[in-house]
Design a protein around this ligand. Structure first.
Ligand code: N01
Length: 558
């Protein structure tokens, strides 16, 4: 399934080649982009294999997503017992999660603990971004230019292998609102939250967006703000997280950590759980409602849409789960009009990522919090003092809101954004940005034809965001490092998917997506949240277990 070329095995040591024009030129075996959960594990594996590697990170420390997303209420929506590294079994003994769903500061402390314990910072260059990367067929190497945050000279490196461990939700998207630079008050973006925190006490705050980041932060911002207005374009389905101490039944199962983790690796979403055998329409309404109620009480993103086996396939089944959640929203929100605005009706439940919340809907019962339905009154512009909404057709009146602070919770250019923001040029000058203009084309979400020796961790067309990222990251890191090790042992310098293998994988992804309801939503899963981005299902829908088996089969087939 792949082409390889044979050369001498690469050097294992990092070598300084020459100095040039103020910038240095360095040759390493592997360049890794990102020092988050994926980048750190990559660096550890490569070091253990004796492969010279350097990582680059735009932040000034490790943590990736947990470094950047410091907004109030930021938590993982996968339980912490599941969302942690498995490669160092001692960590489970050393680290006890204080909550079922740990907060961002606790997760960041955990990542720092791992970085300290394994001395992983020493091979990372912080506050440095990759500007571009070009493949050279003559040397079978990548040439990469990096730019330090302090505006210092660009550095040029060459490497044999180039790994993007850039995360799926790391490139904040442009808010795409007229005048978004015009506001003269405080401006915050959830994905780039100030490290020192923000005190909203006594302030009038506008929040734009109602995705996970907004749904987690709104109740806490409302605790401080004098007045809060939430601008909602599309309502989301959110389930109560029921956060608290780690669940005793989970803690007990995790006592057999090896078995538990193996089960996670071979589960459909990277979290061990019982799979439903029945379709939703195979049971009567009372049974169904009781099952949904049980799932609602469970408080996970998997429980409700995992209650029946056809909720992503059969619109009629899906509608029963969606209506169940809408009934819960109506029961939580006092004002019937506000409740209706908060009820999602335009996409099947689960086809936009479900949110987990603590008191989100209840926040709209507070006197100082109001909701603006942007479908009825779209944002016209952001002004120096606030936000103007209205149909803009002269038929209805426009309204202005004045704020001290505006929070943009407007999301990310997901899955492909962080990859194509680097100017990557493969064989014969082929631009990755151009190759993916009509949607990503990858082999297994790990590589892409025309870009030899370029690997992606949890790239598009792999399970990634539809799974427990911790499990999917480890699988990719191990696959990539095993592959590099094998190529070196066998004296191969180049690996690249064939065009046919890639076409088949893209087709397989499309086929899977086509039989599900995912294509019916204008979600970031579909690339639909970014103006001009091609519409394509970005994650692999077939499940972690099926995907892992495919990767195993590919390796076994040599
Ligand atoms: O981003 P989003 P997010 N005018 O894209 C709105 C993960 N995550 O940062 O839906 C007005 O979901 C946009 O409206 P619409 C998680 O996987 C995880 O919240 O495009 N509104 C939407 O409401 C999550 O799914 C955790 O109509 C505009 C919102 O902004 C993913 O990250 C926590 C607009 C963006 O929502 C992304 O979540 C947080 C405009 N011009 C995030 N542009 C956990 O682990 C955008 N919007 C719990």
């Amino acid at each position: 399934m792949t082409d390889t070329q044979t050369h001498q095995p690469t050097q294992t040591q990092t070598q300084t080649m020459r100095h040039d024009g103020g910038g240095r030129e360095v040759d390493v075996d592997v360049v890794v982009v990102g020092a988050g959960i994926a980048g750190l594990y990559l660096m550890k594996r490569l070091r253990d294999l004796g492969v010279g590697a350097r990582a680059f990170e735009t932040g000034d420390d490790v943590g990736g997503t947990w470094y950047w997303n410091r907004y109030p209420g930021a938590r993982c929506d996968v339980e912490s017992i599941d969302y942690q590294y498995s490669w160092d079994p001692e960590l489970a003994e050393e680290w006890t999660w204080s909550e079922r769903y740990a907060t961002q500061p606790e997760i960041l402390r955990y990542v720092n603990h791992v970085a300290d314990k394994h001395d992983l910072r020493r091979d990372v260059t912080f506050e440095t971004r990759i500007v571009d990367a070009r493949w050279d067929d003559a040397t079978s190497k990548w040439t990469i230019r990096t730019e330090p945050a302090d505006g210092g000279p660009l550095e040029t490196l060459t490497c044999r292998w180039y790994v993007m461990a850039t995360g799926c939700l790391s490139a904040p998207k442009d808010p795409e609102i007229e005048g978004s630079d015009a506001f003269e008050g405080e401006v915050y973006v959830t994905g780039r939250w100030p490290h020192e925190g923000v005190d909203f006490t006594g302030k009038r705050v506008g929040v734009i967006g109602t995705g996970s980041s907004a749904i987690q932060s709104i109740p806490l911002i409302a605790d401080e703000a004098d007045e809060m207005v939430v601008f909602q374009r599309t309502p989301n389905f959110s389930l109560p997280a029921r956060n608290g101490p780690p669940r005793p039944e989970k803690v007990e199962r995790f006592e057999q950590a090896d078995d538990y983790r193996e089960e996670a690796r071979w589960s459909s979403a990277g979290v061990p759980r019982d799979m439903p055998e029945l379709g939703a329409m195979m049971v009567d309404e009372d049974t169904r409602r009781a099952r949904y109620e049980q799932a609602w009480q469970e408080g996970t993103i998997f429980s409700l849409t995992g209650a029946y086996n056809d909720l992503f396939l059969n619109p009629e089944s899906n509608a029963t789960a969606a209506e169940f959640v809408r009934s819960k929203i109506r029961s939580k929100v006092d004002d019937p009009e506000t409740a209706e605005i908060l009820c999602p009706t335009t996409f099947p439940i689960g086809t936009k990522r479900l949110c987990l919340d603590t008191n989100y809907y209840e926040t709209f019962n507070r006197g100082h919090v109001s909701l603006v339905d942007l479908r009825a009154e779209p944002i016209q512009r952001i002004t120096a003092t606030g936000v103007e909404v209205g149909a803009g057709d002269g038929a209805s009146e426009s309204r202005s809101f004045e704020f001290d602070a505006i929070v943009f919770a407007t999301g990310f250019d997901a899955m492909t954004g962080a990859i194509v923001r680097v100017d990557i040029e493969g064989r014969d000058g082929l631009s990755l940005r151009e190759k993916w203009a009509a949607g990503p084309q990858t082999y297994l979400g790990l590589m892409t034809e025309g870009f030899p020796n370029l690997f992606m961790v949890t790239g598009p067309q792999s399970p990634s965001v539809l799974s427990n990222m911790a499990v999917s990251i480890e699988q990719h890191v191990e696959w990539i490092t095993d592959t590099i090790e094998r190529l070196r042992e066998d004296g191969h310098d180049v690996i690249e998917p064939t065009e046919l293998a890639e076409r088949a994988w893209v087709q397989h992804n499309d086929d899977f997506a086509g039989i599900t309801l995912f294509t019916q939503a204008n979600s970031w899963y579909m690339g639909a949240n970014v103006a001009g981005k091609a519409r394509a299902v970005l994650p692999y829908i077939g499940g972690v277990d099926r995907y892992r088996q495919t990767c195993v089969d590919v390796v076994e087939a040599d």
